[in-house]
Design a protein. Structure first.
Length: 292
């Protein structure tokens, strides 16, 4: 395996159970181009080792490949995630979940003020230094005895490299327990905990400590969607998960807080392109096929 690429290494470990694992690091692979699926990105750094990825978050569409990385400093629901791959060159990617304590320990200038309206996710160019430390991190998968000693050092270096670059301000947001993004993060947590009920805007304003106009502006700047759109995305993603688990469409609708089945059908179809009952049947069939 002298000439094995990082993508091949990731694919080998992802497809063979019982391999070594690195804390907060995960690898993801696929042999074929995927259909658009929704997901919730929690604070993380993501890199593509082979293939390309398209992510739709609110009104923004991002594309990235092996020359770029993705960063998110708050929880953001993506309405569509699609990867491009082929059996001859399988898609491979890696992800590092951001640990608040590790990051905060690196952020010396923690009191620096965020800009007024800051986005909480981005795609940025991969640097040679960042590529190098990711390479050293992933090659630990073949050296499990070295993971406990070296993985924490490489994790800190990955975060340090980004903190020193153009996305440093975005990453600092994930470390802060105060400031504007922390206020938005608190409102997001409330929406996630109460996605299945009507959340009054007054609740979010009290949590964030902002006026209505300021809150709406900063929430959209951070997440590329309004609070209502954010909650709707959470609801529909949970409904889809329930449909895959064999729930019927009306049961999934009511479980996630919809009082009108027709409204649920309209919004589900608008987000996923297929009515819920048909989409659920298709996804269950695909899941059974993958399980064989």
């Amino acid at each position: 395996m002298m000439h094995e690429t990082l993508a091949d290494l990731a694919y080998r470990h992802a497809t063979q159970p019982g391999r070594a694992s690195i804390p907060r690091v995960s690898v993801h692979v696929a042999k074929e181009t995927s259909w658009p699926v929704p997901t919730l990105y929690q604070p993380m750094l993501g890199i593509v080792l082979r293939g390309t990825k398209r992510v739709v978050i609110g009104d923004r569409t991002l594309h990235y490949d092996a020359n770029h990385f993705f960063i998110a400093s708050v929880d953001v629901p993506a309405s569509s995630v699609m990867i491009e791959s082929s059996p001859d060159a399988p898609y491979a990617a890696a992800r590092l979940a951001i640990d608040q304590d590790v990051l905060a320990d690196l952020v010396v200038d923690i009191a620096r003020e965020d800009s007024a309206d800051t986005t909480a996710f981005a795609v940025a160019a991969m640097t040679p230094e960042l590529r190098d430390v990711w390479s050293r991190m992933l090659r630990l998968l073949d050296a499990p005895d070295e993971i406990d000693m070296l993985a924490p050092l490489f994790e800190r270096e990955i975060l340090f490299r980004i903190l020193q670059g153009p996305q440093g301000a975005l990453l600092r947001q994930a470390a802060r327990s105060d400031g504007r993004i922390a206020q938005i993060r608190a409102a997001i947590a409330h929406l996630r905990e109460n996605f299945d009920r009507l959340v009054r805007i007054e609740e979010l304003l009290e949590i964030a400590g902002m006026s209505a106009a300021t809150f709406h502006r900063r929430f959209r700047a951070a997440t590329a969607m309004s609070p209502l759109q954010y909650q709707k995305a959470l609801r529909l993603q949970e409904a889809r998960r329930r449909l895959i688990a064999d729930a019927d469409a009306s049961g999934a609708a009511y479980a996630v807080g919809y009082e009108s089945a027709s409204q649920f059908n309209r919004e589900y179809t608008r987000m996923f392109g297929t009515p819920p009952a048909r989409d659920g049947a298709r996804l269950r069939a695909m899941a059974r096929g993958c399980a064989r």
